[in-house]
Write a protein that binds this ligand. Structure first.
Ligand SMILES: [Zn+2]
Ligand SMILES: [Zn+2]
Length: 103
């Protein structure tokens, strides 16, 4: 079997793009909620927040409860990268002079 082709969607912001999956919390949150990537395949992008990660670890599986909590949303790959920038805790600084926020 050949590798599954990526699926596309038409993003309002970015046009026709490969789909990616994030948890609902990233979409709703204004402050960073963490960004845990579950796939390194650029054609199969999936990520969820730290709370989802903790939930998943305690459930040990993709249980119904987890899926309900996670409430996946399909976004385009550009939006996915925007969420990554917005929610990642470790900032791999593009600008070396970026101000550091101490927690
Ligand atoms: Zn989440
Ligand atoms: Zn987009």
């Amino acid at each position: 079997m050949p590798k599954q082709k990526p699926s596309y969607l038409k993003c309002e912001q970015h046009g026709k793009k490969i789909t990616a999956v994030v948890c609902c919390h990233m979409i709703d949150a204004v402050d960073p909620v963490g960004f845990v990537e579950n796939s390194s395949d650029p054609e199969d992008l999936q990520a969820w927040c730290e709370e989802c990660e903790q939930f998943f670890v305690s459930e040990k599986d993709m249980t119904e409860a987890f899926v309900a909590f996670n409430d996946f949303a399909v976004v385009c790959c550009d939006c996915y990268h925007d969420f990554k920038e917005q929610h990642s805790r470790k900032r791999k600084g593009r600008t070396k002079s970026a101000r550091r926020k101490l927690e």
